[in-house]
Design a protein around this ligand. Structure first.
Ligand code: CO
Length: 196
C-alpha cells in the first residue's frame, strides 16, 4: 500500500536512481500511484516516485486529474530535461506540502526524453502547465521541492505553514508512525538494489 509522504520526510530530499527495466511489478506500482493521486484527499496532476517513498527516477502526470481520462495519463521513466525556453511564473502546490501554494518562476517550454511503461524511448516538447509539471516532478527526483525555488521573501511568507508541517512530521515520528532516518535509508537502499 503506497502512501504520500509529506515535507520534511528525508526521502523527498534524496536524489532518485535510474531504473534498469520495466516489468509487471513496476506497472502495478505505477497504477497504484495513479489511483492514489486521483483520491479525493489528493486530486493531484503529478506524482513522483519518491513522494510515495520509492527511490526510483519515475513520475506520473495527468493534467486533468480525471481517472476516466486514460489518454491523459503519462508515465516518465528516467526523464532527462533539455532545451529550456522562455520564462513564466505561476502558482504551484505539491501533494507533499499540503495546503501550501506559491508563485514559482520556470522556463515556459522544455524538452523531455524518457522511457514509457512499454520500455520505449519517448520525446516530448511541452509548454505551459505540462512544462511546469514535468519540471516540478523532475525536481522531485533530484530531491528538490518547489519551496527550494522561491525567492527568500516568498519563502519567509510560507514559514508558518512549513513549521506546521515540521511539527506534524515530528509528532508522527514520535508515535512511531514514521521510522527514523537510518531505517528509512536502509529500506531505500534495499529497494534500489532490486531495480536500479
Ligand atoms: Co510535488
Amino acid at each position: 500500500m503506497l502512501k504520500i509522504i509529506n515535507y520534511p520526510h528525508p526521502t523527498l530530499t534524496r536524489p532518485s536512481k535510474p531504473l534498469k527495466r520495466v516489468d509487471a511489478d513496476l506497472c502495478r506500482m505505477v497504477r497504484e500511484m495513479f489511483d492514489l493521486m486521483y483520491t479525493k484527499e489528493h486530486r493531484g496532476i503529478g506524482l513522483a516516485a519518491n513522494q510515495v517513498d520509492l527511490p526510483y527516477r519515475l513520475f506520473i502526470i495527468n493534467l486533468t486529474s480525471d481517472p476516466a481520462a486514460k489518454d491523459e495519463e503519462f508515465v516518465f521513466i528516467n526523464p532527462v530535461l533539455s532545451h529550456p525556453k522562455g520564462s513564466s511564473e505561476a502558482e504551484e502546490g505539491c501533494l507533499s506540502l499540503p495546503g501550501l501554494f506559491a508563485q514559482v518562476r520556470r522556463p515556459e517550454k522544455i524538452r523531455i526524453n524518457a522511457y514509457n511503461l512499454s520500455g520505449e524511448e519517448v520525446i516530448y516538447e511541452v509548454d505551459d502547465l505540462f512544462a511546469r509539471a514535468v519540471q516540478h516532478e523532475t525536481d522531485h527526483l533530484d530531491g528538490v521541492l518547489f519551496i527550494d525555488r522561491l525567492a527568500p521573501t516568498a519563502k519567509l511568507a510560507i514559514g508558518d505553514k512549513l513549521r506546521e508541517l515540521e511539527i506534524d512530521f515530528a509528532s508522527r515520528r514520535e508515535v512511531g508512525e514514521i521510522p527514523g532516518d537510518d531505517e528509512i535509508e536502509r529500506r531505500l537502499v534495499e529497494l534500489e538494489q532490486l531495480r536500479t
